[in-house]
Design a protein. Structure first.
Length: 411
């Protein structure tokens, strides 16, 4: 796919490895350094995501009006510097809960800016027929990093304390920016439509586009619901496993790292399954299977039996998600015109982030009154209903556009 894509992939790999070496860093710091409880840990995740989403609201139209690579590099640099403030303040004794929230906000906003620019940049680097292959490579890289990162990060935290994983996360963003700097291909100038003066109404263009495309709207709603319910249980699982059940950090990392082998396998199979069964059918089957097992996390226990249960549940979820995700990413990029990608991806990411924030906060309150197990189980039960939001088999495919010859949207 060319040298430019290889550097883009290296950037993705560096930031992803760094992120997952720092898996659960802020919940760990909040629990072990600041003595935070379930509501505070959930609020930390929710507040950072919600404020970050609000701060990032104008980033979609803004990114479309600029070259994409400098936007991505700037997002990496800002996130790196924000993260480095945490170990610095920890050393001098000034680390606080408020600072963790601020850094979470900056990280969430930077992530949205990076995604908004990255989707458009990927379409410049690879051709339409290579999008699924590129997305599959990103997906397999992500799950490989997730498989190794929490295990190595958990071991490092056990030896050196929770703040050390923040260094790794910051280093990942730094290396990501350097990889992007190494790309020598001149980037295309923004399209004339993207250089028009900014309009406040443009902030809603991404949502309007999604809402007007029925299959994309169905995939959007399904994905938002799945991500929100799964991610809402992450801080609660940290409280349950690390706090209430007394799991050591290395066991916690192993429980969420080992199942990611299924993620690597699923990403490799995505293109073959699509070729054999069709994208719509594979999206439907994988979309249903990925939500059947999370309810089992409510029955986690201490010791080997609890570890095995969590590994099996996560293996089932991750394998199906790694098949679903690259197909979804490819379908989304192929349905959206180039000049709309930044706005659509920003709208998608902001909605995902805000939904995760809201549901995470709600589940933190729920856990306070019902206990962490009940809250985790409730999320698992609701996930069983989410497949009802998936689009029908006949609705996935090239978007029709009556203004173009043949009625097919140009990619």
């Amino acid at each position: 796919m060319g040298r430019a894509f290889n550097w883009l992939w290296a950037s993705f790999a560096a930031s992803t490895v760094g992120t997952w070496l720092g898996f659960g860093a802020f919940p760990l710091i909040a629990i072990q350094v600041l003595d935070a409880g379930p509501a505070a840990v959930s609020s930390l995740a929710a507040a950072g995501l919600a404020a970050g989403a609000l701060l990032a609201l104008p980033l979609g139209p803004w990114a479309e009006r600029r070259r994409k690579r400098p936007v991505m590099i700037a997002a990496d640099v800002v996130r790196c510097l924000a993260l480095l403030s945490v170990p610095v303040c920890h050393v001098i004794g000034l680390l606080s809960y408020a600072q963790l929230v601020v850094v979470s906000v900056i990280g969430a906003a930077g992530n949205i800016a990076f995604i908004a620019a990255g989707g458009s940049y990927l379409k410049q680097v690879v051709g339409p027929d290579q999008l699924l292959r590129a997305n599959a490579r990103f997906e397999s890289t992500a799950w490989t990093a997730i498989a190794l990162g929490p295990v190595l990060g958990g071991a490092a935290v056990t030896l050196l304390g929770p703040v050390v994983s923040v260094h790794a996360n910051a280093a990942g963003f730094l290396l990501s920016g350097l990889a992007l700097l190494a790309i020598r291909v001149r980037e295309a100038d923004p399209r004339p439509a993207a250089t028009e003066p900014f309009r406040l109404a443009a902030l809603a263009d991404g949502w309007r586009f999604i809402n007007a495309d029925r299959p994309l709207r169905a995939l959007f709603r399904n994905t938002i619901a799945v991500n929100a319910l799964i991610m809402a249980t992450e801080p609660l699982l940290a409280v349950l496993l690390l706090g209430e059940l007394g799991w050591p950090p290395w066991q916690y990392g192993l429980a969420f790292g080992l199942p990611c082998i299924g993620g690597f396998i699923g990403a490799q199979l995505a293109a073959r399954l699509e070729e054999r069964h069709g994208r719509a059918r594979v999206l439907t089957v994988a979309g249903v299977l990925r939500v059947l097992s999370p309810v089992g996390l409510a029955f986690a226990a201490p010791g080997t039996s609890g570890l095995i249960l969590v590994v099996v549940v996560e293996l089932a979820v991750i394998t199906c998600m790694s098949v679903f995700n690259p197909l979804l990413a490819t379908e989304r990029l192929q349905r959206v015109p180039d000049e709309q990608i930044g706005r659509v991806l920003t709208a998608w990411t902001i909605t995902t982030t805000a939904s995760i924030a809201g549901v995470t906060a709600l589940w933190g309150v729920l856990a306070t009154f019902t206990g962490t197990r009940v809250a985790i189980g409730a999320a698992g039960v609701l996930l069983l209903l989410v497949p009802l939001l998936l689009p029908g088999h006949d609705r996935v495919g090239p978007r029709r556009n009556p203004e173009m010859p043949g009625g097919v949207c140009q990619l």
